[in-house]
Each structure stands twice: as structure tokens, then as C-alpha cells.
Design a protein around this ligand. Structure first.
Ligand code: ADP
Ligand code: ASP
Ligand code: MG
Length: 473
């Protein structure tokens, strides 16, 4: 197998970057314009903005026997994709073929939803078949748009590239099999000067069933392809000027962080900063590949570059503030808990049995209570699982009760400098105290690159704004 000596770049475009005719055109131009510096470019695209949500919502409605929602969605799918086909950016000679294959996929969508409505249920496998359609539609348009600008491009469905296990909706890639497929499918195209335009978010089992990598997973697709090609760099194109000091929707004056370490960005991604999918970072670090986050709508902006190390001096101590919303805090408490063996381990085994992921854990040193945060939508399953696991202890009154809070938010402040700067936690908590924001629980990231704490949902915006002031200082 020959490794190319030509510079290779993977560029991933998010939903807003392909969501309208103007955006798709801009995206196609970015690809074409970068070909002079990067002779080998692999493009990864998400579905048009909002489409994956619509697909999933329609399939769920179909499980209730609702056959109208998916018909409405089919109409929207046609309108949104047709608007791009006829916008003038796709060469007239190519339009009919693209339209035909778009229509065939929309028909598949309707057939799948009809089948779901008849069965009255959607298996995770069926949900993946539906959810994958957005990316499968998008690649056809984007490849057509790039090609029409004079840069030969071909769409590729990642079901041919990314082999995964059968863990539908959060599938795990088999890197060895994927590497072989990438070399077999992408290398010949790249050698002929063709830009492969690959579906983000999806893969397939060895048996050929379509899987998805988890919501927001197109970033992960780009990282997998980048690591296995291997490429020199992976650029994530989105709708903001890179990774910022806070979500600009919450803090309008949030600023771009031009350089960030992999550790910092991992903490941010895991702590809810939607700009990068948390799984993106590991393959890129392991392969030693450059990673950048850029704005499709402001391509002249430098965006963010991720680096392995940064000098501590001259860096901000706190760099960014982020939140995870929609959680509830579960507390398990009882005066007899001190004598109960393995409470934490048994609690987490019980939660794991529900498939829910735990975002934060804290145990009082008195060992009379343990509390953890889980997504609000799984709260009932989690509480039932914990009650079942400690049935005997509840009966003996060693454990008194397990209960869920109102909705809460985890707020995380991130910055490598916190490790060597005493008193950051103090500043964080006094800033919150000044605003009369009550901190319900605290956890410090083991890496000391972040501090996370839980507050009531209604305090989230105020907390992010006041902590963002610590970034600017
Ligand atoms: P894409 O569709 O391009 O993948 P996403 O919506 O998944 O885009 O992620 C980009 C969004 O992430 C931005 O529009 C922004 O609102 C949000 N975001 C949250 N936290 C941050 C942050 N710290 N920096 C930049 N963007 C953030
Ligand atoms: N389209 C998918 C989603 O909405 C994947 C992505 O956008 O990264 O989750
Ligand atoms: Mg995203």
C-alpha cells in the first residue's frame, strides 16, 4: 500500500454549511478554492440543517400510527433538496440524475415510515435506516455542486467505508476493516484527482446494515477518515468562527479561541460544547493530525487550531465556559448506607443496565448520600433500576430514598492554566455567589483542566455570563 506524498486534507461541513442553496454554493467554492494548496481533498458532509431531526421525529410519529407527519416530511425533503438542485449551481446536464436519486431516497423514507407505522415500533436498526437518509441525500447535491464548479467530485456513502459493530445509534467503528475499505475506495479516486464527497454520521455492519455513530457524529466521521487515510489535517467547517469562549448563542460577545490544546477541547466537547463531537479528538491525536475549526460563512477568519501543548505564560487561565442541559440529579440517601458494601459500584451497574450515561457523580464524605446526573428523559428508568438493585436495603431501611431533582444544568469552565493557578475554583464560586446562584454539586475534572458544577436550570444563562467575565479578565 503506498502512502501518498501529496498533502491530504479532510474537510467536514456541518448542516448549516449545506442547509440552503447559498450555503451549499459557498461550501462548494471553499472546496474548489482549497484544491490548489491541497491536491487531495476528501469532503465529509452532514445532512442539510434540521433534516436529521425531521427524519427521526417522523419515524417516532410513525410508531404511533401517525402517517401524516412523514408525508409532510417527504414534501419538505423534496422542497429543500429541489431548491438546491434548481438553484443554478448544479450543471443542467447533471440535474436529472441527481433529482432521480434524491427522489428514490425520499421514496425509501416514506416506505420505511409506512412499515414502521404498520408495525407500531421502530427498532434501533430501523431508526438508523431512517436517520442516515439526510447525509445520503446531501452528498449527492454537494458532489454535484463541486463537480459543476469544475472540480471533479464523486459522492460516496460511508456504508462502504466505515465498518462498525451493530450498536445502532451509537455504533463503534472497526478501525482495521475501515482502513482497508478507505484504501480500496478512496485512494483510487484521489489518485485520479477526484474529490470524494462522503456521508458523515453513518457506517454499516459487516452484514451491510446501516448504522449511525451518534448525533452530531459527522465530525467523528471526518476524524476517522483523517486518521486512517492518513490525512495531514482535518478541518471542521461550521457556522461560527471556531471554538469560542462560550456558546455565542448564550454570550453574544464570546470570542474565538485561536489556539487550544487537545486536552482543553476534549473537556469542552465532553462538557457540552456542541461545536465538536467529543469522539472527534482521539483519532486525530493518536494519528498526530492537525485539527482546525473554521467558519464556512467567514472563511477568511483563522478560526481555532488545536495543538498538543501551549506555553502556560501568556494564556488565559479560564478559556471557555460550557453547559450540558436537560439533566436531573438523582440522590440516593440513607443513614445506614455507610454499612452497605459497594454502593457506588452497584448504583452505576444499575444505571448502566438502562443504557443511560452518567454525567457527574458526587458522594458526600459521610457516605450517607450519593448523587449523580442523568438525562431527564431517562429518569424514570434510572430510578426504577436503582430501586431494584437496592431492594433489600430499602426494605431494611439502610437506604431511605432515591429521588430526582428538578431539571439541572452542568456548567464547566475549562483552561489548562487552572492546573498551575491557585484560587481559580474560589473565583468561580464567589462569582456565582455574588449572583446568588446556588451550586448544588461540584466535581473537578481529574485532569485539573476543568471544574464542573451543577446548578438549577433557570440559573444557567446567568452563570455562563458571569463566568465568561472570568475569561475576559
Ligand atoms: P455543525 O452543524 O456545523 O456541526 P453544530 O450546530 O453541531 O454545527 O455546532 C456548532 C454550534 O455549536 C454553534 O453554532 C454554536 O452555537 C455551538 N457552540 C456551543 N458551544 C460553543 C463554543 N464553545 N464555541 C463555538 N460554538 C459553540
Ligand atoms: N446529521 C447528523 C445529526 O444531526 C450528524 C451531524 O450533523 O453531525 O446528528
Ligand atoms: Mg455538529
Amino acid at each position: 500500500m503506498t502512502v501518498s506524498t501529496y498533502p491530504t486534507l479532510v474537510m467536514k461541513f456541518g448542516g448549516t454549511s449545506v442547509g440552503t442553496p447559498e450555503a451549499m454554493h459557498q461550501t462548494a467554492k471553499i472546496v474548489r478554492d482549497n484544491l490548489s494548496a491541497w491536491p487531495r481533498i476528501v469532503v465529509v458532509t452532514s445532512a442539510l440543517s434540521g433534516i436529521t431531526d425531521l427524519l427521526i421525529k417522523s419515524a417516532i410519529a410513525a410508531t404511533r400510527g401517525d402517517v401524516f407527519t412523514f408525508q409532510d416530511t417527504a414534501r419538505i425533503l423534496t422542497e429543500r433538496h429541489e431548491a438546491i438542485i434548481t438553484s443554478g449551481m448544479i450543471h443542467p446536464a447533471r440535474q436529472d440524475a441527481i433529482r432521480e436519486s434524491v427522489q428514490a431516497l425520499i421514496q425509501d423514507f416514506s416506505n420505511l415510515c409506512l412499515a414502521i407505522s404498520v408495525l407500531g415500533e421502530a427498532t434501533p436498526r430501523a431508526m438508523d435506516a431512517v436517520a442516515s437518509l439526510g447525509e445520503r441525500l446531501a452528498v449527492r447535491l454537494l458532489a454535484g455542486a463541486i463537480d459543476s464548479l469544475g472540480a471533479p467530485a464523486e459522492y460516496i456513502e460511508a456504508t462502504r467505508l466505515i465498518q462498525t459493530d451493530a450498536h445502532h445509534q451509537a455504533a463503534h467503528p472497526d478501525m482495521a476493516a475501515t482502513k482497508n475499505a478507505i484504501h480500496a475506495v478512496l485512494s483510487p479516486l484521489l489518485e485520479r484527482g477526484i474529490v470524494p464527497v462522503v456521508t458523515g454520521f453513518i457506517g454499516a455492519t459487516p452484514e451491510g446494515a446501516t448504522t449511525t455513530l451518534g448525533r452530531g457524529g459527522s465530525d467523528y466521521t471526518a476524524a476517522i477518515l483523517g486518521a486512517l487515510l492518513p490525512s495531514d489535517e482535518v478541518w471542521i467547517w461550521t457556522d461560527v468562527d471556531g471554538v469560542m469562549s462560550a456558546d455565542p448563542r448564550i454570550v453574544p460577545h464570546a470570542a474565538t479561541i485561536e489556539q487550544l490544546t487537545y486536552r482543553e477541547v476534549s473537556e469542552l466537547a465532553f462538557a457540552g460544547a456542541k461545536v465538536l463531537h467529543p469522539k472527534t479528538i482521539r483519532p486525530v491525536i493518536e494519528a498526530g493530525i492537525g485539527l482546525r475549526v473554521l467558519n464556512t460563512f467567514n472563511p477568511a477568519h483563522v478560526g481555532t487550531r488545536l495543538v498538543s501543548e501551549l506555553p502556560v505564560l501568556g494564556q488565559k487561565v479560564v478559556k471557555s465556559v460550557t453547559t450540558i442541559r436537560g439533566l436531573k440529579l438523582v440522590t440516593l440517601e440513607g443513614r445506614g448506607m455507610l454499612g452497605v458494601p459497594g454502593v457506588a459500584a452497584r448504583t452505576f451497574a444499575a444505571i448502566a443496565s438502562t443504557g443511560a450515561s452518567v454525567s457527574l457523580i458526587s458522594q458526600a464524605s459521610s457516605e450517607q448520600a450519593i448523587c449523580f446526573a442523568v438525562p431527564a428523559e431517562v429518569i424514570q428508568q434510572v430510578i426504577s433500576a436503582v430501586q431494584l438493585a437496592f431492594r433489600d436495603e430499602f426494605e431494611n431501611k439502610d437506604i431511605d430514598r432515591v429521588w430526582a431533582s428538578e431539571e439541572v444544568v452542568i456548567v464547566t469552565v475549562v483552561g489548562e492554566g487552572m492546573r498551575s493557578t491557585p484560587g481559580v475554583a474560589g473565583k468561580v464560586f464567589s462569582a456565582l455567589g455574588d449572583q446568588k446562584i446556588n451550586v448544588i454539586a461540584i466535581a473537578q475534572g481529574s485532569s485539573e483542566v476543568s471544574i464542573s458544577f451543577i446548578i438549577a436550570s433557570q440559573d444557567a444563562v446567568a452563570a455562563v455570563r458571569v463566568l465568561h467575565d472570568l475569561v475576559i479578565r
